[in-house]
Ligand binder design. Structure first.
Ligand SMILES: [Zn+2]
Length: 66
């Protein structure tokens, strides 16, 4: 597994921003480990960061628990 993918997986597990390199017409980034959309991203496609995208609606509608 290369470093970019590993960091993407770590980002998803650690409330950091992550996104899929597979571009869609409605591409978003995520910041919740439990986002159902984010969970669909395959390991080989996940990267850390926002890619200058909008935050996904599911992630935005939920607050990080204390
Ligand atoms: Zn999301």
């Amino acid at each position: 597994m290369d470093d970019l993918i590993r960091h993407g997986l770590e980002a998803r597990a650690d409330w950091a921003s992550y996104y899929s390199v597979v571009e869609g017409p409605d591409a978003r980034y995520h910041n919740r480990p439990d986002c159902v959309e984010g969970a669909k991203i395959e390991a080989k496609d996940i990267r850390q960061g926002t890619a200058y995208r909008q935050l996904c609606d599911l992630c935005r509608s939920s607050q990080k628990p204390k």
